[in-house]
Design a binder for this molecule. Structure first.
Ligand SMILES: [Zn+2]
Length: 55
C-alpha cells in the first residue's frame, strides 16, 4: 500500500514541476542564439533577430 502512495507522490511531483515551469517560465529561447528572451519581447536583446510568439 505504501508503494502506491509513493507512485502517487512521484506523479504529483512531476505534475507540479510542469505547472511550475508553465507559470514561471521567464520567456522563450531565441532560435538564433538560444538564449532566454524576456516574455513577449519583439526582438531578441542579444542578437536583434525577430521573434515570433505565436508558436
Ligand atoms: Zn537571439
Amino acid at each position: 500500500m505504501i508503494f502506491i502512495f509513493l507512485i502517487a507522490l512521484f506523479i504529483l511531483a512531476v505534475v507540479l514541476l510542469f505547472a511550475y515551469q508553465k507559470i514561471y517560465n521567464p520567456g522563450k529561447l531565441c532560435k538564433t542564439c538560444y538564449r532566454v528572451v524576456p516574455h513577449l519581447a519583439p526582438k531578441c536583446p542579444f542578437c536583434d533577430s525577430e521573434l515570433n510568439w505565436d508558436d
